[in-house]
Design a protein around this ligand. Structure first.
Ligand code: RTP
Ligand code: MG
Length: 141
């Protein structure tokens, strides 16, 4: 397995619930290291750009509204197999279908307010990290 870097976002619902630290503990316990981080209230344009791949989907407007409803915590996570390790920690998109012990099962309320985002491929991870961080803001482990 290779050392990878992936993008994670703790969404407005989880930031509002004050569980950033509890979610960071999941990352650290799984061997993922935070190598870049910022708390940010996204603009509409930033959220639309980030989720542009979904712009034709019926849930796009609700997704953007939700993502700008409060600040988000954005981090790059580095470790062995980081992209899939983070996706496994997150659990299914719909928290009602998420396996017990996953972040979404424990902290999410609904398919809209589902606590976290994680890159779904290494190619997208590179694009998403560059969307939010300058290269000089990402610290190699
Ligand atoms: P994310 O991109 O946020 O990490 O979530 P994901 O990969 O698990 O899910 P994705 O298919 O990429 O969808 C992005 C976000 O859109 C919302 N969604 N709503 N109502 C619906 O059917 C629906 N489907 C997706 C979710 O909030 C999801 O996280
Ligand atoms: Mg996705």
């Amino acid at each position: 397995m290779a050392v990878e870097t992936t993008l994670s976002i703790i969404k407005p619902d989880a930031v509002a619930k004050n569980v950033i630290g509890k979610i960071y503990d999941r990352f650290e316990t799984a061997g993922l290291k935070v190598v870049a981080a910022k708390l940010k209230h996204l603009t509409r344009a930033e959220a639309e750009g980030f989720y542009a791949v979904h712009k034709e989907r019926p849930f796009f407007n609700a997704l953007v509204e939700f993502m700008i409803s409060g600040p988000v915590m954005i981090q790059a996570l580095q470790g062995e197999n980081a992209m899939q390790v983070n996706r496994d920690l997150m659990g299914a998109t719909n928290p009602k279908e998420a396996a017990a012990g996953t972040i979404r099962a424990d902290f999410a309320e609904s398919i809209d307010a589902n606590a976290v985002h994680g890159s779904d491929s290494l190619e997208n991870a590179a694009i998403e990290i560059a969307y939010f961080f300058d290269a000089s803001e990402v610290y190699a482990a």
